[in-house]
Design a protein around this ligand. Structure first.
Ligand code: XMP
Length: 522
């Protein structure tokens, strides 16, 4: 178990495999306290000693504690004399370890429930009053039927007499419901109360303090060595580059491989922001003809991705070699990529799409990685970017895939199609911004379909491409819902695109959620 952070007040979240464990971490961090998620099977006496948490939260999970092989909350968790909060499965695992009883429940409870607050406890103070009824989100099959010594029930629901339990003397608490989800309206306040008032953390983990510690860490890691960073135009690499530049100045060189698959004005914006505005040494390689040439005639989505990924690395490698090599490579890896989630399905997850990044560099480019964002969630990276003074257009920008517009045009890629798609995309985004919807939407994009259909404009017949529009809401890109635009809005966007973009005569809106669809079309 590694702990790269210098944060002194740390919360350990023991992951039993819940779908929403990451939300616990977000809520804790929103309360200004640093935390990490570790899989239950990597938590032992030694790792606990090393990590030295101020408090421990046990997550929910899909197992039943009654089953023989079920994951356990090891006794050492409770021997450390720090506050422990068990959530759902975590509550049951805690009760089982501490001498209570868990049984299958005839009344499985899923979804919204009301709990009655029956007694006070340190966890509820200033949040819930005795006698009140509060809305929560339940999702459980088993339930605690006998409390361990020292505990008492402090809230109950129709389905769970021990919906919340407390042992104030030891600062141990258990919740049968999920405080981390928004469907438990006061859940965030309960988690805040746990880390700030029960575990007595000061809550001083802010982006300003993160920036200072991280800059010191980067300096210590690279010394006087040369460092390179691949800029993509996206938020993560931009924030990583800016932070590293603050730490080591011109020891850093950024390489921006422009594959010609970016959106309108994007390449110019990257160059302007980094080179002109922040004076960060930047090599801008216009490799668009090379990429177009390699992609010529290729229509298979995976083949397109592989060609782009491979060519990207070749160009990057050539530029780095021209620089005389480098000892370190900056990468914008985020915390969700680092967390080893507990998987109960077994085996590695199947490759849905081969993602494109610079991780697969050739062996001769042996460089150590500098990953200053490894501890952050996406929204925290955005906050850090603002803290570092990056412009809102970069920091607040929707995610954009490495292979760019090539995977937004099923079929072959050509300069003409790219130009048509760029214009449609610009109009869609302009309208979304004008309607004040940009920040509500996780990602909005236009896709150019490889089919042409008949239309009529003026008195003439047209035979042009179809453009699909897609906009989704999401918290992490793993699941997504189609954004419910007003019909009038989407009709207006369609009219603008058809009138202004030559080559498109029909527009459709994609209402597929993820799953079963993916966000990108390829
Ligand atoms: P999908 O299409 O898999 O996309 O639902 C989920 C999120 O990932 C982005 N995406 C990529 N990002 N390299 C990236 O850096 C890629 O190859 C890539 N493919 C998809 C996508 O835009 C969405 O935000």
């Amino acid at each position: 178990m590694t702990n790269p952070s210098r944060a002194t007040e740390k919360i350990l979240i023991v992951d039993f495999g819940s779908q929403v464990t990451q939300l616990i971490a977000r809520r804790v961090r929103e309360a200004g306290v640093y935390c990490e998620i570790h899989p239950f099977n990597q938590v032992d006496a030694k790792s606990l000693e090393t990590f030295a948490p101020r408090a421990i939260i046990l997550s929910g999970g899909p197992s039943s504690v009654i089953e023989g092989q079920a994951p356990q909350a090891i006794p050492e968790i409770f021997d450390r004399k720090v506050p422990v909060l068990g959530i759902c499965y975590g509550q049951q695992a805690m009760c089982q370890t501490l001498g209570g009883l868990v049984e299958p429940d005839e009344h499985r409870e899923f979804g919204r429930a009301d709990v009655n607050i029956e007694s006070s406890c340190a966890l509820f103070s200033d949040v819930w009053q005795v006698g009140g009824q509060e809305q929560v989100w339940m999702s459980h099959g088993d339930r605690v039927t006998k409390l361990p010594p020292g505990f008492s029930a402090v809230a109950s629901s129709d389905g769970a007499p021990f919906a919340a339990i407390a042992d104030d003397a030891r600062n141990f608490y258990g919740l049968q419901f999920h405080p981390e989800v928004v469907h438990t309206p006061h859940g965030a306040a309960l988690l805040r109360r746990f880390v700030r008032d029960v575990a007595l953390c000061a809550g001083d983990w802010t982006m300003a303090s993160f920036r200072t510690t991280e800059i010191a860490k980067v300096r210590a890691q690279v010394g006087s060595a040369r460092v390179i960073c691949g800029l993509s135009g996206g938020v993560d690499s931009a924030v990583a580059a800016k932070l590293v530049h603050e730490a080591i100045g011109n020891q850093l060189t950024c390489i921006f491989v422009d594959h010609g698959l970016l959106r309108e004005g994007e390449a110019e914006e990257v160059v302007h922001t980094f080179r002109d505005r922040f004076n960060i040494p930047l090599i801008h390689v216009d490799a668009s003809s090379l990429f177009l040439q390699k992609l010529d005639g290729v229509d298979d989505p995976e083949a397109k991705r592989k060609i782009i990924g491979g060519s990207f690395i070749d160009v990057f490698d050539a530029e780095a070699t021209k620089l005389g090599g480098s000892d370190f490579l900056v990468q914008g890896t985020l915390y969700p990529d680092v967390i080893e989630s507990v998987s109960f399905t077994g085996g590695p997850s199947v490759t849905i799409k081969s993602h494109h990044n610079v991780g697969g560099l050739p062996a001769h480019m042996k460089m150590d990685l500098v990953e200053p964002l490894r501890e952050l969630f996406k929204d925290e990276v955005r906050d850090l970017g603002r803290e570092l003074g990056l412009p809102e257009e970069i920091v607040g920008r929707h995610p954009f895939p490495g292979p760019g517009l090539a995977i937004r045009m099923p079929g072959t890629v050509s300069a003409d199609k790219l130009s048509i798609l760029r214009q449609a995309d610009r109009i869609f985004i302009e309208e979304i911004r004008a309607a004040g919807l940009y920040d509500e939407i996780w990602q909005a994009l236009a896709v150019l379909l490889p089919v042409r259909t008949v239309g009529v404009m003026g008195d003439a017949r047209t035979y042009e491409y179809v453009c699909a529009l897609r906009a989704v809401t999401s918290t992490d890109g793993m699941t997504a819902d189609s954004y419910p635009f007003d019909h009038g809005f989407i009709a207006n966007v369609a009219t603008r695109i058809i009138n202004q973009v030559q080559g498109i005569n029909r527009v459709v809106y994609d209402v597929t959620s993820k799953p079963p669809g993916t966000i990108e079309w390829e």
